[in-house]
Design a protein around this ligand. Structure first.
Ligand code: DGJ
Length: 730
């Protein structure tokens, strides 16, 4: 890893293990020269950028040089209004109403390590040896606007992080109307794009399409959170790129609010990809001396297809985005009472479930929604974080002690960003929610969103939660958030700052999460937003796992978990066995298949354990002990996706240990077909020369055979069938 600067050529070469990223200053404009497979330093890169006069419809900002046009120059951080007609990376409005700024190179700095991002989550380096950072300072002489574009390159990862800090060094106020985190101009348009889209209970389905002229791809959220509908990620893939081969370029945003990512193909068949805070309904006032920091974008290059890209994101996010004592620890197997009881429970019922769980070897009991205020349904009490003594007469501490006595840790659900209009908190502070004066306050699930832009609101929530965490032995917290933003306004901000509210909300949330996770480092936090409505890298910085989806059906989960794994490590995916018929889709699948899907994530159960037959209990006991044996591999091994649920009836994936001595392979077949072909499953990521013993088959095969010829798949009976194999090198 290194960052080289060639003063003569005005070129910056950012180089990691197998990747290079090259920038060149052209008349002060930072131009994009190259991003891809590593180039050795010192080669002749002259004439990579081609300058040629185009028509008068591509204007020339440099007098007397008709070969330069911003309309054709590949750029690092393009501006609008001075000859580039493609989408800009930022836009600023001056007090005179003009929207022209011209950011030109002023200075640069190359430093070891990776400076933290003020107030925002970001990938980090644990030592100065792990990473190097380039800061390019650009300035607009007329307005006094300055921007520092920060690039970090890593030793161990083919990844570059990018962000921008705007500073108003002028005398007049500026309005920042758009501020993307990264923009990259690719030299051609021979790519497919990939995005992850969906809905509640149908998150992160893969969509891959060829680029076409115009804004060929745009994925965005205008909901105030990253959302179920869109994930803050986009990738470009060469058309021949597949799971294990070909060039892939990923863009992932470390942010939990409204975002936009797009790919635009221009008239000369070049492609501009950008990602950042959604400019829609966003503006930020920059008074003289003030600055604005964009979130961080994480760009990953892979010459080994999507699988290579995913493995880079997985390792980077698992080890250098997630933090805290739980980061590298095996995660506990849990049972959650939501689908078992919904709001209808009492202490004895909970204790009975926990007692069954203890017998099965489950390690953590999680008390879900309904334990506080008068919460017998979803119409009331959010904000009143005091225990409901009708349901839990001895209080939370008594219940936690009873659960602990059974040998289980105690976990608790909270939804601290919300307030029910039917609550003490709302009666006391009707101004504490996001709202616009004189307008309806639109409810969703009978709740409003607390105004996290306000310090007093954040302080109240911190006090309420720490009061519980200090007195109750809570080992795990499920942090839920069940609606999107409407009437986005804050009573605490002046008119000219109302367009900042959605982003300020996210900054407030991050500040509170930082404070809470620092104050209670022993608690394992899991984020949730009606399942995976905020499954994004921003939340993972504070909470190392997320409830993947409210859809617990095994078949639906194949697509959801496969799509999620495109960017996010398996250690971050909560995955539970629930009852049948499934509560979301009514499907009946076997206990084995449900567990095999759930074991491919952070394993748990979410059903009434007091209603099990002896046979079911025996199966579950085995599942729990099996998972304990393989969870290290699943949670921190390398993931290889073998068969995609998006392209057929079968799904398969496998996890391989870092030293390649152990692996576990999961295979799922959705519908049974008569007289079906006999099949072998080709494995990946093994050592070709090692012999792997497969205990359930009682035999061993060498890695080369398993990868070149494959593993014979057994006959499976019935629909929704599955099987898994554990491989141990001898
Ligand atoms: C939505 C979550 O995704 C569910 O798991 C559950 O916690 C409910 N909220 C509780 O209201």
């Amino acid at each position: 890893m290194n960052i080289y600067y060639n003063e003569n050529k005005r070129q910056f070469h950012l180089q990691s293990k197998d990747m290079s990223y090259i920038i060149q200053l052209v008349r002060g404009y930072p131009a994009h020269v190259y991003w891809g497979k590593r180039l050795e330093q010192g080669g002749n890169l002259d004439d990579i950028l081609m300058f040629q006069e185009r028509s008068s419809f591509s204007p020339n900002p440099v007098p007397d040089d008709r070969s330069i046009s911003l309309d054709t120059l590949p750029q690092e951080y393009p501006q609008y209004g001075t000859s580039d007609f493609r989408y800009p990376a930022y836009q600023v409005k001056l007090q005179d109403g003009s929207r022209i700024t011209e950011l030109l190179y002023r200075s640069h700095r190359i430093v070891r390590g990776k400076p933290a991002l003020e107030g925002l989550p970001a990938v980090y380096a644990e030592s100065e040896q792990e990473a190097m950072t380039l800061e390019l300072e650009l300035a607009d002489a007329y307005s006094g606007l300055a921007a520092v574009i920060r690039y970090t390159v890593f030793d161990a990862f083919n990844a570059i992080t990018r962000s921008v800090r705007f500073i108003n060094q002028g005398q007049q106020a500026l309005s920042l109307n758009s501020a993307m985190s990264a923009s990259v101009d690719f030299a051609d348009a021979e790519y497919d794009y990939l995005v992850l889209t969906g809905a509640w209970v149908r998150e992160r389905h893969m969509q891959r399409r060829p680029l076409t002229p115009g804004v060929a791809a745009r994925i965005e959220s205008r909901r105030g959170s990253s959302s179920h509908q869109a994930n803050p990620f986009i990738a470009l893939l060469r058309p021949d790129a597949g799971e294990e081969q070909g060039d892939v370029y990923g863009f992932s945003l470390v942010y939990s609010g409204s975002f936009a990512a797009q790919a635009e193909v221009d008239q000369f068949a070049t492609t501009r990809v950008s990602i950042g805070i959604n400019p829609f309904d966003f503006a930020w006032l920059l008074q003289p001396g003030e600055s604005f920091q964009t979130p961080e974008a994480v760009l990953v290059y892979s010459s080994e297809g999507l699988g290579g890209m995913s493995r880079t994101y997985h390792k980077l996010y698992r080890t250098r985005l997630c933090r805290g004592v739980h980061r590298d620890q095996e995660r506990p197997i849990l049972v959650n009472n939501w689908e078992a009881t919904y709001f209808d429970f009492n202490a004895d019922k909970i204790e009975a479930i926990a007692a069954e769980a203890a017998e099965l070897g489950i390690e953590l009991f999680v008390l879900d929604d309904g334990w506080f205020g008068k919460r017998d349904n979803d119409t009331t009490s959010l904000g009143d974080w005091t225990v409901d003594r009708k349901k839990l007469p001895g209080g939370l501490d008594d219940l936690a002690a009873r659960v602990n006595q059974l040998g289980l840790q105690f976990g608790l659900w909270v939804e601290p960003e919300m307030v029910s209009p039917e609550s003490e908190l709302y009666r006391r502070h009707p101004d504490w929610c996001l709202h616009v004066p004189e307008r309806r306050r639109t409810e969703a699930r009978c709740q409003l969103i607390l105004d996290y832009t306000r310090q007093d609101v954040r302080d109240y929530i911190f006090e309420a939660l720490s009061g519980i965490f200090l007195t109750v032995p809570v080992s795990y917290v499920k942090w839920d958030m069940n609606r999107n933003m409407t009437e986005i306004g804050s009573a605490a901000l002046p008119a000219e700052r109302q367009s900042e509210v959605a982003h300020r909300y996210i900054l407030g949330l991050y500040e509170l999460l930082e404070k809470l996770t620092k104050a209670f480092p022993h608690i394992l936090f899991e984020s949730c937003s009606g399942g995976g409505g905020r499954f994004d890298p921003g939340m993972l910085y504070y909470m190392p796992q997320t409830w993947t989806s409210d859809d617990t059906d095994a078949v639906e989960r194949l697509k959801i978990q496969y799509g999620t794994s495109i960017v996010y490590p398996v250690s971050t995916m909560g995955s539970h066995v629930s009852a049948v018929p499934n509560h979301q889709v009514g499907r009946v699948t076997s206990l084995t298949t449900r567990a095999d899907v759930a074991m491919s994530g952070n394993f748990g159960y979410e059903l009434d354990l007091t209603k099990l037959t002896a046979e079911e209990k025996a199966i579950m006991k085995r599942q729990v002990s099996d998972y304990k044996e393989i969870r290290g591999l699943v949670q921190s091994g390398d993931l290889y996706r073998l068969k995609s649920p998006f392209s057929g009836n079968e799904t398969a994936w496998m996890f391989v240990s870092g030293d390649k001595k152990q692996a576990v392979v999961f295979y799922f077949r959705v519908m049974a077909h008569p007289n079906a072909p006999l099949r072998r499953l080709q494995l990946r990521g093994l050592d070709t020369s090692l012999d792997y013993h497969i205990s359930c088959l009682g035999t061993s095969y060498r890695g080369d055979r398993l990868m070149q010829l494959g593993l014979n798949l057994p006959h499976l009976d019935g629909d929704y069938a599955s099987v898994w194999f554990k491989l141990d090198a001898k």
